[in-house]
Ligand binder design. Sequence first.
Ligand code: AMP
Ligand code: MG
Length: 337
Amino acid sequence: MAGDWVLGIESTAHTFSFGLVDGDGKPRPSASDTIRPTEGGIHPREAAEHHVELSTTLFNKILSENDLSPADIGVVSYSQGPGMGACLRTGAAAARAISTHLDIPLIGVNHCVAHIEIGREQCGCDDPILLYVSGGNTQVIARLEGRYRVLGETLDIGIGNMLDKFARKHGIPFPGGPVIEKKALKWLEANPNPTLEGLELPYAVHGMDLAFSGLMSAANKLVSQGVPFEAVCWSLQEHAFAACIEVAERALAHTGKTEILLGGGVACNQRLRDMSSIMCEERGASSHCPPRMYCIDNGTMIARLGWLEIKHGRTTSLVQSGIDQEMRTDQSPISWP
Ligand code: AMP
Ligand code: MG
């Protein structure tokens, strides 16, 4: 007889990750590996090859780290979308193989919704506005009438993508976001009372939406004009994060909700976390950030959402198990409280 652990497989982009929740939905840290190209961005086919090569190793690792055998797994959950097609297909194939081999149910889940649900579980918040800031996605999301609705989003590239591309142009390999954070901090240490004078960049807010490519071009221009790179990193963070926080604040005002939940890899950034806390304090709301290992892409969040979906009666048949690169956040019905 199969056990009651739920295995989650994440493969939307650069990271291949296996995670677990137990029969009560309690998360365990994931076993993950991220492709880090020495030059250029993430190539979908190269990332997919990376995932395929690591699938057996990561599967064995997550089992041995938790003293489990395959027979302890009762459900296998995987990211069905959105993401890079070639990468998504590797996770879906692994999930189908495990499900068929162990004769256990399969459940394909929405990656963006998984970021929300692991955040809710970790932070204990109830009905938050999610500020989802990752490599490929930047969205402000709220639960309204049985769906997570996108209230605002980037009109061009994701904020993490923007940080990574800016970094890459100046010789910093993927992921650039954490390095930009360090450079900005270093500049701040040398300039404890910074002003934006000489460091102004375009503001990325368009109504409830955002746009980052103009901001990135303007930041590149400042560097080419001889402005110190660390100063530009600081200004780029200030502009990009303030724009996200402004839209999140407006979402609080429109919906009457009182919690902000950060999610996605860029939510690892301390300055963004601080800005969110300051904004929430000023308007009597609360700001919540999951531990960093659950902000970046991870299999555990996929397991957690799979656990929720199965508990509320949904499974995915082999026929329905194809991936959906363009899957939208508001496409997935939310049947749990
Ligand atoms: P995800 O797509 O959610 O896995 O997140 C990956 C993105 O998060 C990449 O674009 C990274 O550059 C970005 N990222 C990770 N850590 C940080 C950080 N400390 N500050 C800014 N961006 C970060
Ligand atoms: Mg993500």
